[in-house]
Design a protein around this ligand. Structure first.
Ligand code: FES
Length: 164
């Protein structure tokens, strides 16, 4: 039987709900627009082995990372810094993402909240779902990743600062 996307999500949510007390609890039910892309992130087995999974979302040009926190939760964020667009790195011991350009830090435990540095807003959080086989999918994002419009504004601000 062929299912449409909405039916597939309902089946996955129902199957996931059966896995009570799983570390993936809490990922199901995250609100996401129906138009959001559905992208395979990896598998639960891979995540158990490495503690993190790199992928791209919502487009193939926008890096993102899923990580397993110390409390077992699995979360995912855009890796594009909200200050000026540098790629952030995950620090497992701190459970935070750090930007190498101007040292902004973002909490992986608290929905990408800014902990330090010049970043003006949190890292966009990516909604995940897991199917009955343990395949993990990105299915939505809390805000658009840093993009072209913000780059233009940042460059304009720099030019204003250096203009005579
Ligand atoms: S680009 Fe990340 S802190 Fe500036």
């Amino acid at each position: 039987m062929k299912m449409n996307r909405r039916e597939s999500i309902a089946v996955i949510a129902a199957a996931s709900a059966v896995v009570a007390a799983s570390p993936l609890d809490g990922l199901v039910g995250y609100a996401s627009p129906a138009s959001a892309p559905r992208v395979k992130v990896g598998t639960k087995i891979e995540l158990d082995r490495t503690g993190r999974l790199s992928f791209a979302y919502p487009t193939a040009a926008q890096p993102a990372e899923a990580v397993q926190l110390a409390d077992g939760r699995i979360v995912a964020y855009s890796r594009i810094c909200t200050h000026m667009g540098c790629p952030v790195d995950y620090r497992p011991k701190e459970q935070s993402f750090v930007c190498p350009c101007h040292q902004s830090r973002f909490s992986a435990r608290a929905k990408g909240r800014v902990l330090d540095g010049p970043a003006p807003r949190r890292l966009p959080e990516i909604a995940l779902e897991v199917d009955a086989r343990g395949d993990i999918y990105a299915v939505g994002i809390s805000a658009p990743p840093f993009g072209a419009a913000e780059t233009v504004r940042a460059v304009e601000a720099i030019y204003r600062e250096v203009a005579p």
